[in-house]
Ligand binder design. Structure first.
Ligand SMILES: O=C(O)CCC(=O)C(=O)O
Length: 272
């Protein structure tokens, strides 16, 4: 697959914005409404323990779904054809290739995320603490070019617990203090040593269903509690470019050859 829809000027703009800010918010839906709907229904079915492929999500996922906390389903596309279709058939590949300046883009891990709203819970533990994704990705060789696309499957308004990006923080290097699972953002932020001359500037990731954002593996980000009535539903799609290699015999490496689960969504190079 190549860049069919993006002009050279648009591709340059995406590349420059991603490199400068460490993220890119792309509200134009990458999937049509019917596919978004199928994917959302597919993810919620997997959450409810239904598999139409005969496979289960990856371990780490338990069927104990708490209505008061963020539900995180590891590799939900193992259990859903609708999710496999959504991953393989959106314009995500060309968008990501342009932003990264990549020749090849492959999905290597997906997390289904359901963040309950206030109807499910009045006191939900649905904050995602400030963190850098790279701190959780030790299965990869150090210099691997990895990043995340966050695909909204419901409208993500300001009150629905959107992600929040810290502009330019991908240039600060790997810093101690981040914690996805912690709920006290002020305490995490206080423990992060912001490099001299840099500023902590927060940008809300507001998206309609079908819209997507990309973020760099070193970018500090987190998310607010969902104080809207409905659930916030999304996929965090972790991807790699041709400049990446897994460490041998790791958990991640065992999925990469399964292209129906980890599709190559741009280019056709099949790397280790
Ligand atoms: O969905 C969220 O609120 C956070 C997701 C996240 O941290 C990620 O996609 O890297």
């Amino acid at each position: 697959m190549t860049n069919k829809n993006l002009s050279v000027i648009e591709a340059d703009r995406l590349f420059n914005e991603f490199n400068q800010d460490g993220f890119l918010i792309y509200p134009t839906p990458l999937l049509d409404a019917e596919m978004v709907n199928r994917a959302r229904v597919g993810l919620m079915s997997v959450r409810d323990g239904i598999s139409d492929t005969g496979e289960e999500p990856a371990s780490g996922w338990s069927h104990t779904v708490s209505p008061t906390a963020l539900t995180k389903i590891e590799q939900p596309q193992l259990a859903s054809y609708a999710l496999r279709d959504a991953l393989a058939n959106s314009r995500l590949g060309e968008l990501a290739a342009a932003a990264l300046g990549a020749q090849m883009v492959q999905v290597w891990w997906v997390q289904g995320l359901v963040k309950p709203g206030t109807i499910a819970s009045t006191q939900a533990a649905t904050t995602v603490g400030w963190h850098q994704d790279k701190s959780y990705w030790s299965d990869w060789q150090e210099s691997s070019q990895l990043f995340t696309a966050w695909l909204a499957l419901s409208d993500v308004t300001e009150d629905a617990g959107p992600m929040v990006f810290v502009r330019g923080s991908h240039r600060w290097g790997m810093l101690p203090g981040g914690d996805f699972f912690a709920q006290n953002q002020e305490a995490i932020r206080a423990s992060i040593h912001i490099p001299h001359g840099e500023q902590w500037t927060e940008v809300l990731d507001i998206l309609p269903a079908g819209g997507v954002s990309l973020h760099h593996q070193l970018l500090f980000h987190g998310s607010n509690p969902n104080i809207s009535t409905g659930a916030r539903i999304s996929l965090a799609i972790h991807m790699r470019t041709e400049k990446s290699a897994p460490k041998p015999d790791t958990w991640v490496a065992k999925y990469l050859h399964r292209h129906e689960v980890c599709p190559v969504i741009y280019g056709d190079t099949d790397l280790p």
